[in-house]
Design a protein around this ligand. Structure first.
Ligand SMILES: O=C(O)[C@H](O)[C@@H](O)[C@H](O)[C@H](O)CO
Ligand SMILES: [Zn+2]
Length: 299
């Protein structure tokens, strides 16, 4: 049996930490603070955090094949040049929905950037319903819309054989699967593979491990859960010292560590004093399972 260890990395606390991504080349963890409007990079060797401030809520960050990064910013897909701190728009979505913003995003094994939108929250998990859609930014910078009627677009990843796309619309309290065609980037045949339990609360960010099992961060549930998409069963629960766990990824040496982001937005003073690490980024070691490297955007 491995012994699971959880530590908070760094002393920074974010409002709405999200989108952890391991950048192997920089030996760093990338992530965003959505409402804090920052893209951050934690250097694993020095423990230092660099941050780039942006002019709108930034909801996800991804690697780019040609170097640097891509982000979802407001309702835009954008390029981010790290050293120059330069953001340039690639494409815009939801032009008819002034109060929308992007939420979680991730790159598929063919280098397409998938990201979904949602209505701006009045407070956490309180928002106009069904305003979001799921989009893909293709390497040629064209945008494909897959579906609409989404509440909070979240938790995406692909199966190891690339034949299944996993997705979470948080307020459906379900982890869903679609058939995936890697050639075309098309999805179909949506079905639920796991209904979250009450105490797990709101399913948020998700990642896959080398055994093809899914890890889901549970917002207000203070945990990550490991699911078997074949059986629809939960096979492990790892509790964290904060309630608002938002997303997870594997990183570090051989992708053997898990990183989990969290949020502090919506917590009152008392709750914050009970959970001083709320909004922190956590490293989990000793899980005894590894992840896979993130795919870079090919455009
Ligand atoms: O982290 C995200 O994906 C959203 O941007 C958040 O706002 C939370 O999910 C939401 O508040 C809880 O449902
Ligand atoms: Zn999320």
């Amino acid at each position: 049996m491995s012994s699971v260890k959880i530590e908070c990395v760094g002393t920074d606390r974010y409002r709405l930490g999200e989108s952890p991504v391991w950048d192997e080349k920089e030996n760093s963890l990338l992530y965003v603070d959505i409402t804090g409007r920052k893209v951050c990079r934690w250097d694993a060797a020095s423990g230092q955090v660099q941050a780039v401030s942006v002019d709108a809520p930034v909801s996800s960050v991804a690697l780019r094949k040609s170097g640097d990064y891509v982000i979802t910013l407001g309702t835009r897909f954008a390029a981010l040049k790290w050293k120059e701190q330069l953001v340039t728009t690639i494409a815009q979505v939801d032009r008819d929905k002034a109060k929308n913003r992007f939420n979680d995003g991730k790159v598929d094994p063919a280098g397409r950037y998938f990201a979904g939108t949602m209505a701006e929250e009045i407070r956490p998990a309180v928002l106009e319903s069904r305003q979001g859609s799921l989009y893909t930014l293709c390497p040629d910078h064209s945008v494909v819309k897959h579906f609409d009627q989404v509440d909070i677009s979240n938790g995406l990843d692909w199966s190891l054989d690339h034949k299944t796309f996993f997705y979470i619309d948080s307020l459906s309290y379900s982890v869903d699967a679609f058939d995936y065609d890697l050639q075309t980037g098309k999805i179909g045949n949506r079905r639920s593979i796991y209904k979250v339990e009450k105490e797990e609360n709101i399913p948020d960010g998700m990642c896959i491990d080398t055994e093809g099992k899914l890890w889901v961060a549970c917002y207000n549930g203070g945990r990550v859960i490991r699911l078997d998409p074949e059986t629809g069963k939960r096979i492990q629960t790892v509790k964290l010292p904060v309630d608002k766990t938002t997303s997870c990824c594997f990183g570090g040496k051989d992708y053997s560590e898990m990183y989990v982001t969290s949020a502090s937005d919506g917590m009152d003073r008392e709750r914050l004093s009970q959970q001083p690490q709320a909004g922190g980024v956590f490293k989990i070691t000793g899980l005894g399972v590894k992840g896979i490297p993130p795919y870079p955007f090919a455009g």
